[in-house]
Design a binder for this molecule. Structure first.
Ligand code: ADP
Ligand code: SR1
Ligand code: MG
Length: 424
């Protein structure tokens, strides 16, 4: 556990760069991390937050740097008109800690947490680490990405599920995260409801996509599918999920992959995390034509993105099933007295992963749709300066996502999804 404090004597206050320097001067753990000895040296603070919700600072001292993240009681990209519990920082700390224990190579360590101030100090992921989404826009290949992300997904999902844990431990885990209500409600609203109705928060590239957005709001069979996924999101405590695993929550170099920002963590459906990653890769795929016109041809790079989709799922499936076989009997989901026949176990595993693929495709598609006609868009598409070209990319992505959400059960393998993408 990182050093965790409650500071009732110092009530919550939002910190700006100057106030953060004073806060650090009075906080021994952070002072030691950056080598600041009172009276000597300087503390340099820079706000770098480009996410939707919080404030993130790089804090540099005489002999080290850390990242300090503070949650304010509202959503940053909207403003004070949309209040949001600042206790999300607590769930982010808890998520980083749990996922870091299970997958230490792919999660930054938390050094310090102040619950009153909703403030986390964590490892600074130094350059050349960049946000994966930015790497995908810049056409950079990451040779270990699928290997690392499949490892992160297989380990964090398996080791927090009932396949590995006893009912007692599993329910304890569920209870630990069940207070993350406001962030779950936010997801319920912006992913599973808003894109399917008229609301002030929705936006899209207008007027180009006016008809496409209307068609989504009037598509009964699409609403039926999204209702099923929403119900699964709300009601299925399958494993501890990150809850916001898009390509902006991953920092990379060619040999390192780090998952940040699990403030939406709770016990939910595994496919929500897998789908978030795959759906965001698909968005990056559809955005490439918008960038190709600005620089070189991107056909090779599109193939690489599709390979990441295929490799991530296939490697995930292999690793997840092999963890399950290795630890068979440890969790209470499938008692060995009933499932000790290897052939039967294989059938169970194959059914489980088939359903998981379909659920992941459904959630991935839902996430693509919300990024085009909902409140929070993605830089992959937003950075395409030519509006008509952007609308063209968005329409293709939207068309694919709508098809995938409705027809996901007909795909028997990720290769078939790949073929459907490649033929678009
Ligand atoms: P939000 O919760 O607002 O989405 P993020 O956790 O996504 O915030 O962080 C916003 C940005 O801050 C990231 O895009 C990244 O550039 C930077 N950042 C966050 N955590 C770290 C870290 N541990 N090391 C380096 N940069 C980080
Ligand atoms: C107001 S919606 C903001 C979005 O940003 C976060 O990263 C989550 O994806 C959330 O849905
Ligand atoms: Mg973020």
């Amino acid at each position: 556990m990182p050093q965790t404090i409650l500071s009732p004597d110092r009530p919550f206050r939002p910190l700006d760069e100057t106030q953060l320097v004073d806060y650090i001067k009075s906080t021994l753990v952070i002072r030691e991390l950056i080598g600041f000895d009172s009276g000597k040296g300087v503390i340099d603070v820079k706000e770098v937050g480009d996410g939707n919700l919080n404030f993130v600072y790089i804090v540099a001292g005489p002999s080290g740097s850390v990242v300090v993240k503070q949650a304010l009681p509202y959503i940053r990209c909207v403003g004070e008109s949309w209040p949001m519990s600042k206790d999300r920082a607590y769930y982010e700390m808890l998520g980083l800690k749990k996922q870091g224990e299970i997958c230490p190579g792919h999660v930054p360590e938390v050094f310090f947490f102040d619950r009153t101030m909703a403030l986390i100090a964590m490892r600074y992921l130094k350059p050349p680490h960049i946000i994966l989404r930015k790497g995908l826009i810049a056409c950079i290949e990451y040779p270990l990405l699928a290997e690392h992300m499949s490892e992160f997904l297989a380990r964090t999902l398996f080791f927090t599920s009932l396949l590995y844990n006893s009912t007692t431990d599993h329910r304890r885990g569920v209870a630990e995260f069940c207070g993350n209500v406001e962030l779950c409600r936010l997801t319920e609203q912006v992913i599973f409801s808003d894109p399917y109705k008229v609301t002030q928060h929705n936006r899209w590239t207008a007027p180009h996509l006016d008809e496409d957005a209307r068609a989504i709001r009037e598509d009964g069979s699409l609403k039926l599918e999204i209702a099923g996924l929403k119900s699964m999101f709300c009601e299925r405590s399958q494993a501890l999920i990150h809850g916001d695993l898009h390509t902006g929550s991953i920092m990379v170099t060619v040999d390192s992959t780090q998952v940040i920002d699990p403030e939406f963590a709770f016990y939910g459906p595994m496919g929500f995390d897998i789908g978030a990653f795959l759906g965001n890769l698909m968005l990056a795929f559809f955005a490439q034509d918008g960038h190709a016109k600005m620089d070189a041809d991107r056909e090779q790079y599109k193939k690489w993105i599709l390979k990441m989709v295929v490799d991530t799922w296939n490697l995930f499936q292999k690793k997840f099933v092999s963890l399950w076989t290795e630890h068979f009997g440890s969790g209470e989901a499938y008692p060995p007295e009933i499932y000790n026949d290897p052939k039967l176990l294989q059938q169970v595993q194959s059914e489980y992963t088939k359903d998981l693929l379909h659920e992941s495709l459904g959630f991935g598609a839902a996430k693509m749709i919300r990024r085009i006609v909902g409140i929070a868009h993605v830089e992959d598409l937003e950075s395409i300066a030519d509006v008509s070209l952007r609308a063209h990319c968005e329409r293709r992505a939207l068309g694919f996502a709508v098809m995938l959400l409705k027809e996901r059960r007909r795909f028997r393998s990720i290769e078939e999804v790949n073929d459907a993408l490649a033929s678009r």
